[in-house]
Design a protein around this ligand. Structure first.
Ligand code: PMV
Length: 325
């Protein structure tokens, strides 16, 4: 006899991640299947904690993000994701859920929360319904909420190819950090969902995609051999190729601000002076400085001295998404 289910509530924690080889563009928009493989590491110190409770007293899903009820598109995206988990309408568990989600990183810091948010939501919702899912299945589920969320399910250094992501090295394999120069806290004008759809309008996208396996291979090698010089070269080229595609899309996506450029120059100067630091940039103006942990204080000092840097956030490498309650 299966055990009767008495609780439909679970809490999960998932970290954000920073891509070293970027995902930009889908081969299937609806399923968020990526046009190219990517590599990232999880950000131990920037995470989302989400509680999902299926409750028979509810008449609709309730979603609260950082103490405020979610509205419009954000609400609809969570409901759509719950629909993937809750399955058939005649299932025995209560139909609607209360979702309470909290980001530990400052709201409006311009740090994308969709990766940690959909990874935490997937893990918490499946645990609440006592569905036993493998890490690969949870990663594939998270992917459908936000592509990069697939990489926040496994821990450490993570690669994502096709349906799901997987660990390529544990968090303690290499003591790297992400030191983020926040130059704007405003909301992005064009979010990444729309951005992925625009990627094929750039004539540079085909060349970027055709070259991805080379960059992916070099990045994997750099990680395996802890070769910072190789890592720096390949991740900066990869980020610049993605931004080349963004800037030449129709309409163009121009995310950089003057301070973004100032940081990129400062990072390259610092590296030329022997400091193990390199930059990468997501779909926004903030610059992620990837560095060896030992030089993080120097990188933080460099960022704090640049005009236009509003805030500096730092994170070490973290583990997989986990159930906390
Ligand atoms: O997961 P999305 O749809 O928000 O896309 C993330 C896209 C980038 O952050 C720009 C690159 C990446 O691989 O994380």
């Amino acid at each position: 006899m299966p055990k009767p289910i008495t609780s439909y509530k679970s809490t999960a924690l998932a970290m954000s991640n920073i891509a070293l080889i970027k995902y930009w563009g889908n081969s299937n928009e609806a399923l968020r299947l990526p046009i190219n493989p990517s590599i990232s590491f999880n950000l131990r110190d920037l995470y989302t904690t989400t509680t999902v409770e299926f409750d028979a007293a509810l008449e609709r899903d309730e979603v609260v993000i950082d103490e405020a009820p979610a509205q419009g598109g954000a609400y609809a995206r969570v409901v759509k994701h719950l629909d993937l988990v809750r399955g058939e309408p005649n299932a025995t568990h209560p139909k609607f859920a209360r979702v309470i989600s909290h980001n530990n990183f400052p709201m409006g810091a311009g740090i994308a929360s969709s990766a940690s948010a959909f990874a935490a939501l997937s893990v918490a919702a499946c645990a609440a319904l006592q569905l036993s899912k493998s890490e690969a299945e949870l990663s594939a589920l998270a992917r459908q909420g936000s592509g990069s969320a697939s990489r926040s399910v496994p821990g450490g250094f993570v690669a994502w190819r096709d349906a799901h992501a997987y660990t390529i090295a544990p968090p303690d394999h290499w003591a790297l950090m992400d030191v983020i120069g926040v130059v704007s806290s405003g909301h992005k004008k064009t979010g990444s969902t729309e951005g992925h759809a625009l990627a094929p309008t750039s004539p540079l996208q085909a060349a970027r995609v055709a070259d991805t396996e080379r960059r992916f291979g070099l990045c994997e090698q750099a990680i395996r051999q802890r070769d910072f010089a190789l890592l720096a070269e390949v991740i900066e080229q990869d980020a610049l190729m993605m931004h080349g595609v963004m800037m030449t899309s129709q309409p163009p996506l121009m995310y950089w601000l003057p301070a973004s450029m100032a940081i990129m120059h400062a990072v390259q100067e610092l590296r030329a002076s022997g400091v193990a630091v390199a930059f990468t940039i997501d779909a926004g103006p903030n610059i992620h400085c990837i560095c060896e942990s030992a030089v993080a204080p120097q990188v933080e000092a460099m960022l704090n001295a640049i005009q236009g840097v509003k805030q500096v956030l730092s994170s070490q490498i973290g583990g997989p998404a986990i159930i906390v309650r």
